[in-house]
Design a protein around this ligand. Sequence first.
Ligand code: ADP
Ligand code: MG
Length: 469
Amino acid sequence: IWNAALLELQTQLNEENIENWFKKLRPYECSDAKLTLLADDPFVRIWVRDNYLDLIEEAIEHAAGQRLEIEILDGDGLEGEEVENIDVDLEPMAARSARLDESGAQTALFDFDSLEISAPADLDALVSAAGMNPRYTFDEFVVGSSNQFTHAACQAVASGSGQTYNPLFIFGGVGLGKTHLLQAVGIEMLRRNPATRVKYLSAEVFMNQLIQSLRQKTMAEFRNQFRHDCDLLLIDDIQFIGGKDSTQEEFFHTFNALYQSGKQIVMTSDKTPQELPGIEERLASRFAWGLIADIQPPEIETRVAILEKKAEDSDLELGKDVTMLLATSIRSNVRELEGTLLRMVAQAQLMNQPLNTDLARQLLKRMNIQHERSLNVEQIIRTVASHFDLKASDIKGSRRTRAISEPRQMAMYLSRKHTGESYPELGRKFGGKDHTTVLTAFRKIEDLVETGNNEFAAAIAELEALLLR
Ligand code: ADP
Ligand code: MG
């Protein structure tokens, strides 16, 4: 069974992976409910258990025709007994690194090169060593229609099923998650196989390193690190090399060497290859050989989901209203969305006040953030009117039949909520009404919405969906 499972695993994982981890396991005992594997090396045991157990279970299920529980035990001196305390801490890593010390091998605990050949350190350490942010994982990325395609392409590449997507070229505006997704590919590859040699760098750093190597006459090393000692090249902001001829020349050769040896390349950029200014045609055309994927600004649902996720990650309670206000105020940049949320929460804490919409609006104003596509009162009146088959002049007029006065009150509520204009100003914009009329309408609808479960709450939800699309 184990050999059959190995065969299946070999079709899914690369050879290095199989050699490093799976070939170091041996079957020990098999009942009809459980397969016990032994690993002599505690690192192998922990690593496989933490990272590959699902895969093994699946392969065994295919091979055995039924699901078996998989257990991996320490084979070193094991006499058929389960090892206690299978949740080994990372203490052995220090021991391992000490052993390396004595043998004169590379010693730094988080030295990337030594890790490749020896102990799988914890993933964050690998990620940090490669210059990436451990937070930029697929798990932390909120998927919506604006980024779904690129997200899927990145996942395909990271899982190794994206061989045809080489290179993968990601483009999109500022703060939309390009760097995040680029690093997510690297992190996921490292998670699947910590021996993957991931090079992550921005095009600017590439250029700086090139210049330094030229100065110090270490070009051979510079070239080697990319052309030979690299399985996955992640280049951020490739647009930077536009107009920089010798950097382009060098990158051209790097690209060719990696491409020819079947290594994956992923790049990000603010424009499509063809739109990039100052990029030689031969490079631009190569950038388009694989897959070109774009990221668009997130739509309202995704902005809300991102805010909710960030709030949850930081253990923040964020009211629906505040979330909505932020998501409608900041539309085209996730970094800004995230930053504003955190600043707001910090300021509310400093002021020792709950973060409600009033405070949030005040803070937004102070941070100088206007509604990017702010709703105005006219727009709200028109939308409400047409929703109820009325004319804008009905809403602004003074007739008080229910069919008119109720939509009018809803329009007032929505206007106050989404424009934040003062009651007297709103009174003027609703055809010269007293500010108390607007205030009363606002309070009434607000109460109804808060109670939920009535026709007013439902109508407001529908109207907001229309207005905030
Ligand atoms: P870009 O490289 O496109 O300018 P980044 O990748 O640096 O943008 O993203 C900016 C910030 O927004 C980062 O903190 C990133 O984690 C966050 N971010 C962007 N898109 C998303 C998303 N879809 N889900 C979660 N966080 C996101
Ligand atoms: Mg970036």
